[in-house]
Write a protein that binds this ligand. Sequence first.
Ligand code: NAP
Length: 461
Amino acid sequence: MKVTETPSIEAVNPATGEAIKTYRTLGSEEVISNIENAHQAFQHWRTTHIGYRSQLMLRAAAYLRQNQDRYARLMTDEMGKTLKDARSEVEKCAWVCEYYADHAANFLSNEMVRTDASKSFINYQPLGVVLAVMPWNFPFWQVFRFAAPALMAGNAGLLKHASNVPGCAAAIEEIFRESGFPQGLFSNLHIPSGMVETVIRHPLVKAVTLTGSDKAGRSVARIAGDALKKTVLELGGSDPYLVLHDADLEHAAEVCKNSRLINGGQSCISAKRIIVVSEVYDAFLKIFKEKMAAVKFGDPTDDTNDMGPMARPDLRDDLQKQVSESVEKGADCILGGKIPEGEGAYYPPTILTEVAPGMPAYEEELFGPVAAVIRAKDEEDAIRIANDSVFGLGAAVFTQDLNRGENIAAEKLNAGSCFVNGLVKSDPRLPFGGINESGYGRELSYLGIREFVNIKTVWVK
Ligand code: NAP
């Protein structure tokens, strides 16, 4: 008898290497039926009062909080972030649900414009079914920051989550279902990335958003472009953190350490290139190294640890290759840089100095706990190095001269978010997104909810 293997997605705990659970992937007929169900749910949902949608979104926030420990544990088990980080992530998801529940009506209300008409205005209508292709690094937050505004605007959502967090994907569908959202309005598709094209090309799918690597972004944008579907892309980054001569070095080093190691270094916005002016380079590096060396990493369920393992052994091995190649090309590894013995996808806090053009640590995104510290001659040189990148997601500058810091952030750094004396972070109230190879479009704030709507002109004489 011929045995046909059912394709599946397996969740594996990166701290132990143990298999957690296997999920069956959907066949193409099931995918199409999910798309049709989402479209059907959308037809009714778009006619509902926005106050009703707010009530359900507030229920989703409450449901998240009630189940905070369970969802945090799921994230930790599937991708290795510490439980304390995972709990905060659940709380942040509840916040974004509440934010759009409270503000969507205002963000989408008609805007009157005086013209030659007796009345003319801008009106916002939902687009329909939107596909979200999402990464594993913030497996709840990335999805909620898409879903909360998209659903509040009256759209339906389909989720293709990263293959290593299938339990998180299923849990997010559960949250919307249990909070009373209509059946099929938000559904999770357990599919491999090869099936994304089928979904994008389906006539009932109107738009796609992807958060992930530039490689995946290019592929999705190519297909969506061919099918003439709207896209938002949130891709990688190599954020520069500039430390100027008058910076509070203790504060700058603390923020750089936190930014570089948050989520085990697996954050799109993170201090990946720390550019320090020569005058304070040695003093900064001494403090920074002490702080990085003091970080405790290990079992992510132990609240005394600051960092867990990386999300997968293959990602850890790729990072090691980038470090080794940078060292072969002349970088100096002054901390970490070696895969520890034993089980689990662990990688230590690592510092590379003498980082220069042509090295992976200078040119590429390092998606793990590795900081490249680069010496700049002066402020102008630091700004030049900061902008010498294909990316443009976040950037930060440290100086006690707030006017100068503000001017550099606003006028001189090429990035979607520029912070002065603080850690670049996402916040529901502020737009988030990149330029250049970090992608295009914006999430969060009133701008995020207007990405997946028909911005309609209405003219009446
Ligand atoms: P990834 O490998 O690009 O995967 C992201 C998602 O895209 C996953 O669901 C993946 O599915 C899917 N995918 C991969 N290749 C695809 C293709 N050719 N066609 C369609 N879908 C495809 O990225 P990752 O490793 O999960 O995440 C890390 C990257 O995300 C980093 O570069 C990070 O900077 C970036 N990121 C950016 C932001 C931002 O807001 N800008 C936020 C977080 C992360 P499978 O898992 O099934 O392959």
